[in-house]
Design a protein around this ligand. Sequence first.
Ligand SMILES: Cc1cc2nc3c(=O)[nH]c(=O)nc-3n(C[C@H](O)[C@H](O)[C@H](O)COP(=O)(O)O)c2cc1C
Length: 330
Amino acid sequence: MPDTSGSSLLQTSIGRLHLTNPVLSASGTYGSGWEARDFSPLSRVGALVSKTVTVRPRHGNPPPRIAETPSGMLNSIGLENKGADYFLAETLPRMRSLCPRVIINIGGEAIEEFVELTERFCKAGVDALEVNLSCPNVQEGRLLFSTDPRMCERAVAAVKRVASVPVFAKLSPNVTDIVSIARGAEQGGADAITLINTLIGMAVDWRKRKPVLGRGIGGLSGPAIKPVALRMVHEVSRAVRIPVIGVGGARTAEDVLEFVCAGASAVEVGTAAFVDPAILVDIVDELQRLLAANGTTIALLRGSLAAPLAAPSHGACPAPTHGAEGAAAR
Ligand SMILES: Cc1cc2nc3c(=O)[nH]c(=O)nc-3n(C[C@H](O)[C@H](O)[C@H](O)COP(=O)(O)O)c2cc1C
């Protein structure tokens, strides 16, 4: 009988990275955590994940950059950040002072930029790197690194060659076959896959005949995308041998356990923190209560979801399953 009484019931590992609990901040939604430091003790989250850092400063996209949607939000921040020099000097020490586990999310438009950032952050001492592969590859037609399995593999392999810490590949959901992209990242040597980044969408102001966002399109996040994230975490965790980190719409401990059951080793919480900056630590407390009440642990629950009746087949209409015909017909 497992010990489901103490804090060990929350423990999890992402490869060789051991965490006291599976609740992480999602890149870009929490800054460095510094702005939220007065709301709750961030030393209690599993790890803080930084906003994407690029080699040089980026000004980001034209405003407006945020639009609220039913059960979510659209953003087109455009990876605004002050660049690696500033981050290493100012932001990283602050993150370390807040939380014992720090994961740095890096972005670039060429493989050399990912490599440079990896070398610099490994030297500075971080717990893991999350590679934001939803960046355009300017050397190969501006296609996003994570929309092609081989491009994804090449980028991850280059990072892995110089990395001394675990490397997580963060993938875009805006693809036809997420499993093939995840396999590319695994072949490149990724230690884990983070799923999902935002879904591309738009909002329209019909009176002005204009899109609401300055860039026209943006990334959809929040509860609206949780079903997509759960499906991708489930599919990918069954197809690869490395751990999966779930992200997309989680805002309660129940949501976190759904992701864990679907196959996630940890779960990042993003948009929900805009509504309540203390939510990550509240989720950790509630997780402890829920797991103890149900006599289980994160380790026992991970990937325990019973197999679906029919494997999803991309591009084809799913065959109706017994009892689901009514829903399919609606
Ligand atoms: C305002 C905003 C900024 C974001 N910035 C980044 C970023 O810099 N790098 C990144 O990898 N993902 C970024 N994301 C995506 C989130 O990390 C996360 O993958 C996505 O929002 C889904 O999770 P959520 O529904 O819990 O927010 C951003 C999301 C939002 C809402």
